[in-house]
Design a protein around this ligand. Sequence first.
Ligand SMILES: [Cu+2]
Length: 135
Amino acid sequence: MRQLNIPAVLLVVVGILLTACGPDAPSSVPVTGAPPTPVDGELQPDLLIAAANIEFVPNQVSVAAGVPFTIGFDNRDAGVPHDLVLTGLSGEIIAQTGVVAGPAHVSIQVPALAPGSYTFTCQVHPNMVGTLTAE
Ligand SMILES: [Cu+2]
C-alpha cells in the first residue's frame, strides 16, 4: 500500500534533476585558491557587540570568511559580569574576552574563520547566546 506512489515520485525527481542539469544551465564559476592573505593592519573594522540587560546586542552578526577581525565587546550592565566566548563548529573556543563587570569595554582579535555559523555565549549567563556567520 505504501509503495503506490513511488514511481510517480521518482519521475518527478528525475524530471527536476534533468531540468536542473540541462544543457542550458549556466556553468558555475570555479572557486580558485585560498582566501587572500590579510596584510598587517588590514583588519576588518571592529564588530561591536554589547551586553545589555543580560542579552547580546546584536545577537546575529556576520563577517567575511577568511579575514581576521576584532570584536569590541561592550558590557553595559553596571555591576553585572559578562564575557563573550566565540566557539567553533565543533564547540572549540576560538576567542574569548574574559569576564568583565560592566560598564566595561574590551576588544579581542579573532583569527580568520572558515565559512560557517559560529556561536558566541556568555559563560556567566548561559541564556545569552548569539550567532556569528562567516560568509
Ligand atoms: Cu552575561
